[in-house]
Design a binder for this molecule. Structure first.
Ligand SMILES: Nc1ncnc2c1ncn2[C@@H]1O[C@H](C[S@+](CC[C@H]([NH3+])C(=O)[O-])CC(=O)[O-])[C@@H](O)[C@H]1O
Ligand SMILES: O=C(O)C(=O)Cc1ccccc1
Length: 247
């Protein structure tokens, strides 16, 4: 994977365009996500461990909004259940191209990885096959809020008994003081990772129209409304969390 450092917002921009998963972002994405999302490496590594507990024989594991395939690769390394395969889906052509290159490279380095198919497409238009694991790792927050329940319902319908949805998201908080504290601490995390005040401010303005986080309570209610029976948070670092939702 590319090791280019993220300097996308380092120079003052006359107007900050809405954030998009284009070629510029793809080039710096591994560095950007690691320096921006507290706990990201821990979440990705453990997604494989979690998935191995829910994987059912002869089923599909979905990585929805797969970006460069970090979650897909964690699933492929950890899951040993017979007949499983991974389907990774992303609607950014630039991401999909680099994701395929990365996964092909992994195939030539390691044996016994699960088979994988990378689809360039909109997860809102996907016809789901019977699935035991569905990962939405920081993807739902980029889906239009009025589409989120319908998507989760379709995921719920595709899930096999014993399977799980793993949902990771940036959170907002209904309590104003809690929200302000965790937002400030996230800014401190970014600063400690080498981002300047200008980079932090311009990135905030780039994502504000395209990324709409919900509160933990909203996630829980929406998942239950979509037909999930149980919602279990398994990880939180500052204002980023990951949940297990059971069918
Ligand atoms: N409707 C959509 N259909 C398909 N893909 C979409 C859609 N909307 C957004 N995406 C894709 O969802 C991904 C979100 S990044 C996920 C990180 C990854 N999971 C990781 O664990 O490394 C999160 C982040 O950058 O904060 C991007 O690649 C988008 O192109
Ligand atoms: O950078 C941020 O502030 C975020 O909330 C996370 C993020 C990470 C990568 C792309 C878009 C948003």
């Amino acid at each position: 994977m590319s090791k280019d450092p993220d300097r996308l917002f380092a120079q003052p921009l006359a107007q900050v365009p809405d954030f998009a998963f284009n070629e510029d972002v793809v080039r710096v994405f591994p560095d950007m996500i690691k320096r921006s999302v507290p706990g990201y490496p821990t979440i990705v590594e453990n997604l494989g461990v979690l998935a191995a507990q829910f994987a059912q024989p002869n089923s599909v594991l979905y990585d929805l909004g797969s970006s460069l395939g970090a979650v897909t690769q964690a699933l492929r390394r950890h899951v040993r259940t017979d007949g499983c395969r991974v389907i990774a889906v992303d609607n950014s052509a630039a991401m999909v191209e680099r994701c395929r290159e990365y996964l092909n490279g992994q195939d030539s380095m390691f044996q016994e990885l699960l088979p994988v198919e990378v689809i360039e497409g909109d997860i809102l238009a996907l016809a789901f096959q019977p699935a035991s694991v569905v990962a939405l790792n920081f993807t739902l927050q980029f889906i239009a809020p009025d589409q989120r329940t319908a998507l989760l319902s379709r995921i719920r319908q595709s899930l096999l008994p014993g399977g799980a949805l793993i949902l990771s998201e940036k959170l907002r908080f209904n309590d104003a003081e809690e929200h302000a504290l965790l937002t400030d601490l996230h800014v401190a995390f970014k600063r400690a990772n080498g981002y300047s005040e200008l980079e932090i401010a311009q990135k905030r303005s780039a994502i504000e129209n395209v990324m709409k986080p919900d509160s933990l309570e909203e996630h829980r209610e929406r998942l239950l409304a979509a037909g999930f029976s149980k919602v279990v948070p398994w990880f939180q670092c500052l204002n980023f969390a990951s949940l297990i939702a059971l069918p």
